[in-house]
Write a protein that binds this ligand. Structure first.
Ligand code: BT5
Length: 260
């Protein structure tokens, strides 16, 4: 099991990962993080688990991860910026994790709008951004991250679309080193978002996204249609052009995307 002191030892951050709650098994690190009182869990608090019994994705989907192999974590944030930037936190998260993966394994990954990281076209990481009001009525944000690190096998339904860092680079990865790197990169991207115009972060994200100009399938509740991805807006929505030439913005909460 990942030990709290191992994480904090040599951690080079101002606040991220300074308070840690770690579990062998929990329903969902995001659910636990949302329930914590803000005096027990300041900005940058980390919740990690070796296993989740009810790991969640977006739109009531599941996140599945075997015991002790991967990273399942949530970070609590009390952002010092408004909703327009809060919506960009998954972009900051994707970039931070892509950088940490590259630092530790040398693997390069691509960002898939809105919250996935892919390596060789397969999903290795997903993110879930949720909000709840803290005691101080300040916006409390929980950024949940599921990263497939040392998983060697996937179920039949995930096999063709999911992978892990170990499968991609052929070596067992030290999860503590990777986690420390993730915390440092996350704090760095959080500060970039906080101190600079959003475009700076979005430009970095655009360089790591393979989406633009590509045909995509948009799944919107029961409907699906094909479109071309054009760009991301400052509010994090995706600009698409439908087959009849109409431009539309789509929002992460409403849809899923598949490459056509
Ligand atoms: C996500 O949702 O990708 C967000 C996943 C966030 C998980 C973390 S783990 C720590 C924290 N606590 C939680 O309870 N959640 C967060 P979405 O875009 O909806 O993708 C979900 C879909 O990804 C599922 O329907 C599966 O098809 C697929 N999937 C499930 N487990 C996977 C895995 N380990 N690797 C790759 N794909 C997976």
């Amino acid at each position: 099991m990942i030990d709290k002191t191992q994480i904090i030892d040599q951690l080079n951050t101002k606040s991220f990962g300074h308070t840690v709650f770690s579990f062998d098994s929990i329903d969902s690190t995001n659910t636990f993080a949302k329930q914590l009182q803000s005096n027990d869990a300041p900005h940058g608090t980390l919740i990690i688990a070796e296993e989740q019994t009810a790991g969640r994705g977006r739109l009531q989907r599941n996140w599945v991860s075997p015991f002790g192999k991967n990273l399942l974590l949530s970070i609590i944030l009390f952002p010092d910026f408004g909703m327009e930037k809060i919506l960009l936190l998954p972009f900051a998260g994707s970039l931070a994790i892509a950088d940490a993966i590259e630092n530790v394994t040398g693997l390069s990954s691509t960002c898939k709008w809105p919250n996935d990281l892919l390596i060789n076209g397969k999903k290795v990481c997903g993110m879930l951004l949720e909000s709840s009001l803290g005691n101080s009525a300040q916006e409390k944000i929980v950024l949940g991250i599921g990263l497939n690190v040392n998983q060697e096998e996937f179920s039949e339904d995930l096999k063709s679309k999911a992978s892990s860092l170990q499968l991609e680079c052929g070596a067992v990865i030290n999860r503590v080193t990777l986690l420390r790197n993730i915390l440092e990169e996350l704090e760095h991207r959080y500060e970039q978002l906080s101190h600079f115009p959003s475009q700076r972060l979005l430009n970095d994200w655009r360089m790591k996204a393979l989406l633009f100009g590509k045909k995509i399938t948009v799944l919107e509740s029961e409907f699906s249609f094909t479109a071309t991805a054009i760009d991301v807006n400052e509010d994090g929505s995706l600009i698409i052009e439908t087959e009849d030439g109409l431009k539309r913005n789509i929002f992460a909460g409403d849809v899923s995307l598949a490459y056509s």
